[in-house]
Design a protein around this ligand. Structure first.
Ligand code: SF4
Length: 221
């Protein structure tokens, strides 16, 4: 087993430099890092994000083409009867809650925003069923604005790389935000998610082929 050379007593500045180095390597390793949910507008992305809870992007991408061609506006979604929607999204799991969440959310979009998804983080997190992760995903991927998407992969990688000691996603978001310039937050978090999904996996991280192993205090090979 190769020992890490990372000194965990590093100063905040040293950690920022290590984070920048890691980011450069991750960008090279994952040049296409992006949201893997298929969508063509902010409404589709927010619906896909709700469907992706406890499911996989691949599974959601199998279900959404038929839905997106049938329901094009927030009003279309808000008017689908609960039971009908449940059947249509059943394969993504937790379909009752998700159908309810989609109907409640889209009703609110119609009532408050004329059916549009607001391009504002605070307005997004105030919507029913929309947490910080989804709000950041929409800001980054649908609107091209800065945001740090802390999902299970990003959170695990951030801990293994000693970018954070926190487990609360909002605190992890703050810790990561302090390491990387705001303009790069979106790209950085997509890289972190890709790295967690395809290399630094939950059960068996593939440290022997990891592009950032030299800068990782948790390497196991
Ligand atoms: S060296 Fe291992 S634990 Fe560290 S980031 Fe790479 S895969 Fe994850």
């Amino acid at each position: 087993m190769k020992k890490t050379t990372v000194d965990l007593r590093e100063s905040p500045e040293e950690r920022r430099q290590r984070a920048q180095r890691i980011f450069r390597k991750l960008k090279r390793a994952y040049p296409d890092a992006r949201c893997e949910l298929n969508f063509s507008n902010p409404l589709e992305l927010i619906i896909a994000a709700i469907l992706s809870a406890q499911s996989t992007d691949r599974r959601v991408n199998m279900v959404t083409p038929a839905l997106f061609s049938k329901y094009r506006t927030a009003a279309d979604w808000a008017q689908v009867p609960q039971e009908k929607l449940e059947k249509e999204i059943k394969s993504t799991g937790f379909f009752r809650n998700k159908a309810r969440a989609i109907r409640t959310l889209t009703r609110e979009l119609v009532e408050k925003y004329g059916g549009r998804v607001p391009e504002d983080f605070e307005a997004l997190v105030a919507l029913p069923g929309v947490g910080r992760k989804t709000a950041n995903l929409v800001m980054v991927s649908a609107f091209g604005k800065p945001g740090i998407i802390v999902d299970t992969h990003c959170s695990r990688v951030a801990q293994r790389l000693a970018f954070t000691r926190n487990t609360d996603p909002e605190k992890i978001e703050q810790d990561l935000g302090a390491l990387i310039p705001r303009k790069d937050w979106g790209r950085f978090s997509h890289c972190m998610v890709f790295h967690g999904r395809y290399c630094c996996k939950a059960r068996r991280p593939e440290c022997d082929r990891c592009p950032v192993a030299d800068d990782c205090p948790s390497r196991t090979a």
